[in-house]
Design a protein around this ligand. Sequence first.
Ligand code: NAP
Length: 446
Amino acid sequence: MRDIQAAITSGATSQEWQHLTLPESYRALTVHKDEVGIFEGLSTAERNPRESLHIDEVALPEVGPNEALVAVMASSINYNTVWSSIFAPIPTFEFLERYGRTSPLAARHDLPYHVLGSDLAGVVLRVGPGVQRWKPGDHVVAHCLSVELEDPAGHDDAMLDPEQRIWGFETNFGGLAEISLVKANQLMPKPAQLSWEEAASPGLVHSTAYRQLVSRNGADMKQGDIVLIWGACGGLGSYATQLVLGGGGVPVCVVSSPEKADICRAMGAELVIDRSATGLEFWRDEHTPNRKEWRRLGGLIRDLTGGEDPDVVFEHPGRETFGASVYVARRGGTIVTCASTSGYDHYFDNRYLWMHLKRIIGSHFANYHEAWRANELVRRGHIHPTLSRTYTLDQAAAAVCEMQQNSHHGKLGVLCLAPAPGLGVTDQARREKFAHRYNFFQTHDR
Ligand code: NAP
């Protein structure tokens, strides 16, 4: 790995990168197939990622057609790493086995360990046959859509490909590692004004929020739209808030602490609800929704907006909030959901949906075009990283726990081959132009 780090420090040419001898193995954050039963009988909250996550030395996979090996300088933690680490709702080895059965090349992914991680910023080491656009030495970020595109269904919107997978969750060789294997059509140019860890942080959540809110495949948000954003200071929400502000909308941010409310205001959002302070409880008990509280939320939103209801509700908490989300959306409004963190058996009162002509849209990650457009917004300085804390690869399990306990703000970064934070900036002038936007989350770090 020293050769790779030296090549980065010395600014090696593409030829030099091409001739760099690659190691036979590398360090990676993994879960083990023979441990999927260790949490049996425990609730998801009781499952401790520290017990299942390992740092292992794993074999370097061969690079196949239309693939690339990337030296990972930094990665970030996403909620899917929490799911993988607690083997819920199902162990991710089931995805790897299913993928492995599809072709001899895919069989490489079906291993007794799973290298996790769905974000990276780094340097291309090798490209496989057929790759034209990228070459060794290129500074890149990777989005997490792994797609085969052999089926016509995926050629209108790649997210509809039946062989669509999330890299590092439903495939092996993810980004929380020193080296990663990606499809070449996951690569995008690294924003030059950002450090490695900053560049690795928007990828998955920002692209997801972009499709959910901005794309025609999602809510197709318009200027002036009022958008209710759950978890506005979390991974998805911190980018959703920026996208709404940048697109001429009005975010109504929901968070759970005064610190998080301050961060939303620092981002430029004026309308913020602290759900802890207001004591909103949408369920009387496990089986009984509390409609009074739906109405109370609607009232709180109207108090902030001057009597308006949300045109769009940005949903992901799931069971806990979904009934309220459907209730508070404006007549003709849209509820766009990409997740169910608090449970996927949702409850809502359908009268409020059909009588008021609302729509529920399911959304999942983003196609290459959407991810590229989202990355362009970061490159041009319209959207900024929301990194609050950076860990080393050895400390990654602690970062996963922080996310599981909802004690983080924005995004958590992980240094893989980068020896220290703050490296990798290649356009200092551009950085200075936007630097004041980078520390809303860091200054609020506890
Ligand atoms: P995150 O960084 O943990 O942020 C989620 C936020 O949601 C938290 O900050 C929290 O904010 C809020 N929240 C959590 N539980 C809540 C509840 N019961 N009621 C109301 N608010 C709640 O996670 P993330 O990266 O944004 O991801 C969120 C979910 O989306 C995860 O389940 C993840 O797996 C999923 N996801 C799906 C996709 C996809 O492509 N389908 C992509 C990205 C993420 P407050 O405590 O401040 O309110």
